[in-house]
Design a protein around this ligand. Sequence first.
Ligand code: FES
Length: 130
Amino acid sequence: MPVYNEKVMDHFMNPRNVGEIADADGVGEVGNPVCGDMMTFYIKVKDDRLEDVKFKTFGCGAAIAVSSMVSEMAKGKTLEEAKKITPRAVADQLEGLPKQKFHCSNLGAQALKKAINNYQSQKKTGGKKK
Ligand code: FES
């Protein structure tokens, strides 16, 4: 097992915002075919801001810590701000990830973006009542 720092271990052992939002405004699911890890993000949007963010992750310790950190970073942000969360910013907030685990932070940033895009595309097509 790679060596994780304390911050990563904390988010891995006590992940924040785990779960599902039943009436989510947007859902984003990504997987990495190489390691087989999967992440799903659920968002609730109000006045163009992320009112709530939850996730379900089946993956390595870093993937869980990343999901937890992304959810904390994203909550309260506007959609545009949240879309700008980069894998590097997530890894920095976690005070670093082992090199071979950096792709896990990619997955987190992607899953969040996908959930936001999902919400925005539904809005455009009027697919969901709000
Ligand atoms: Fe692939 Fe962590 S090992 S997401």
